[in-house]
Design a protein around this ligand. Structure first.
Ligand code: ATP
Ligand code: MG
Length: 337
């Protein structure tokens, strides 16, 4: 599977600062890449750092107390942390765009939809005002808006939640980005529209060779859409695998739990197993493996030492002592201090 990389995230760490000295680490040295034309899924429970990952990549943490304190993000050969704000603005919304989890937060309440969409399109293309308007209407129709002309004349507050979510999706796709970061893009929509929009994203992805980072709670969506998946837990990547491998042979106990809690058609199971316990508070992380307090396989070692992300096969990685290829052999440079 040799594929040209579009995005490489390397040991990225983001902290939120309560004051100059105290911070919580929301994502801790995460590394992954996305190939050209690939759909990578990012899954994990609420609070595990999915949205912070996407905001860190897009350099959109300025309005929070968050800061990237380590690592790099290489997009299309460029180190994004080193770009000026102006250069970053040219990439955002153009070569790289994002569908936010909160639709209303990214629509300008004081501007009509047509103006917002036309401005966005013209900022990143050479289209005339009229051509940009036509493209806006076309893409609104593609995301299932039956009357684009009426919606174009509306202000955001005149739209329902589902409608504004669709406008957001249309805006994000309107400049044919190379990378689309979609943070729970369809969670607020009903099932039919959800399927329609995922279908559209996949169609554009195939036609234009776009890459997608798809953030979702829904493993059904992952199975339908993604080629590879990364699983996050408490700010770290705990497993990475091609989609079929993840579903057929999950190696991390947390992934195993996630998959077990997906309903299977026709299984007759009424009560689904869920993973007991809850995600740890990032400011009071347990010693050792972050998942150990909830893990039915945890041993003493798990409660004391943090596991690495081990390579379990050519394309699969897992952060669990059960998968330690050197089990029993003391690891170089990692002796207890
Ligand atoms: N603006 C903020 N200020 C301080 N801490 C934050 C902020 N945003 C996120 N965090 C911290 O980062 C952690 C990860 O949050 P994030 O929003 O990335 O979770 P998520 O995986 O997207 O969850 P969800 O599935 O609910 O969207 C949170 O648990 C919280 O501790
Ligand atoms: Mg989120």
């Amino acid at each position: 599977m040799v594929q040209e990389k579009l995005l490489t995230v390397n040991k990225l760490r983001t902290e939120f600062f309560q004051n100059k000295k105290t911070s919580v680490t929301a994502i801790n040295e995460i590394s992954f890449d996305i190939g050209k034309g690939e759909i990578l899924g990012l899954v994990g429970e609420s609070g595990c750092g999915k949205s912070v990952t996407s905001l860190s990549i897009m350099r959109l943490l300025n309005f929070t107390s968050g800061k990237v304190t380590k690592g790099e993000v290489i997009f299309d050969g460029k180190d994004l942390q080193k770009l000026s704000e102006k250069e970053m603005r040219e990439i955002r919304g153009g070569k790289m765009s994002m569908i936010f989890q909160e639709p209303m937060s990214s629509l300008n309440p004081a501007m009509r939809i047509d103006k917002q969409m036309i401005e966005g399109i013209r900022l990143h293309t050479n289209l005339s005002k009229q051509e940009a308007r036509e493209r806006a209407a076309k893409i609104l129709q593609q995301v299932g808006i039956p009357d684009p002309e009426r919606v174009l004349k509306n202000y955001p507050h005149q739209l329902s939640g589902g409608m504004s979510q669709r406008v957001m999706i249309a805006m994000a796709m309107s400049c044919n980005p190379q990378l689309l970061i979609a943070d729970e893009p369809t969670t607020a929509l009903d099932v039919t529209i959800q399927a329609q929009i995922l279908e559209l994203m996949k169609k554009i992805q195939q036609e234009e060779g776009m890459s997608i980072l798809l953030i979702t709670h829904d493993l059904g969506v992952v199975a339908e859409m993604c080629t590879r998946v990364i699983v996050m837990y408490a700010g770290e990547i705990v497993e990475e695998a091609p989609v079929e491998v993840l579903f057929n042979n999950p190696t991390h106990p947390y992934t195993e739990g996630l998959i077990a809690s997906v309903p299977k058609l026709g299984s007759g199971v009424k009560v689904l197993p869920s993973i007991p316990g809850s995600v740890p508070d990032l400011s009071m992380l347990p010693k050792g493996c972050r998942f150990a307090p909830r893990c039915k396989y945890a041993t003493e070692r798990c409660h004391n030492e943090e596991p690495d992300l081990f390579e379990v096969s050519e394309h699969q990685k897992c952060r669990c002592w059960l998968r330690d290829p050197h089990a029993g052999v003391p690891r170089e440079g990692k002796e207890e201090k």
